[in-house]
Design a protein around this ligand. Structure first.
Ligand SMILES: [Zn+2]
Length: 227
């Protein structure tokens, strides 16, 4: 299975995510002609290199989800248990989703003056508020409705189910995450990433300031203080 991130890069004009020669969001043509560089009077033809789009933390979590997903379903004892021994798949998936939503808003709010973006994200620090109230304030819809509008209603339903189960889990109910939820999470993993990329291109492009999603909040803050 090819990762949805494979070959993906940010458009240098609109910050859209794509892998085409022409950006499908703004039409900007990517110059993929090799460059000539001269070293010690000798010309070298160097292929154009682009920074990949995937944030490092996303890559690490995806790798770990794969490892945890392949873990045996068999319980280590004979005692029947109703929670999944692969529950970490769901917890990691939700962390991945929160990382992606953080990058989503950092790109979307990039043009706000001063540090209003940080202040807004601090005010809406929980994922629930970011997917509903903050989303609605900016785009007059919520994240779930936006996902459904792009044809991902199965993913919207699953994400809400995972959010509920994950909350129940952290509040002391391990049985909230069963094997069926782990299997559904793995089955929809690729589509959730694809859907996120489509919504990113729909909602987070065309800003004057381009915040790439591979840039961590920490890197962004240090770049800001240096400028
Ligand atoms: Zn573009």
């Amino acid at each position: 299975m090819m990762s949805p991130w494979h070959g993906l890069m940010h458009c240098s004009d609109c910050n859209g995510l794509h892998r085409e020669a022409i950006c499908p969001v703004c039409g900007h043509a990517f110059d993929n002609q090799p460059q000539i560089i001269v070293v010690d009077g000798v010309e070298h033809l160097v292929p154009q290199a682009t920074h990949g789009a995937i944030p490092w933390s996303t890559f690490l979590i995806l790798e770990r989800i794969k490892i945890e997903g392949e873990r045996s379903r068999i319980a280590p004892s004979d005692r029947p248990e109703r929670f999944s021994h692969r529950f970490t798949v769901v917890l990691l998936f939700w962390t991945l989703f929160e990382v992606l939503i953080d990058g989503f808003y950092r790109a979307a709010l990039a043009d706000l003056p001063g540090q209003l973006d940080d202040e807004l994200l601090e005010r809406f620090s929980g994922i629930g508020g970011r997917l509903d109230r903050l989303y609605r304030r900016i785009w007059q819809t919520n994240f779930w409705a936006d996902l459904e509008a792009e044809g991902f209603s199965g993913e919207a339903t699953l994400l809400r189910r995972i959010q509920k189960a994950r909350n129940a889990f952290v509040h002391g109910d391990p049985e909230a995450i069963g094997d069926d939820l782990v299997d559904a999470t793995l089955a929809h993993l690729e589509n959730v990433q694809k859907a996120w990329i489509i919504l990113f291109n729909k909602r987070c492009t065309g800003r004057r300031q381009r915040v790439p999603i591979w840039q961590s909040a920490q890197e962004r803050a240090s770049l800001r203080s240096a400028s």
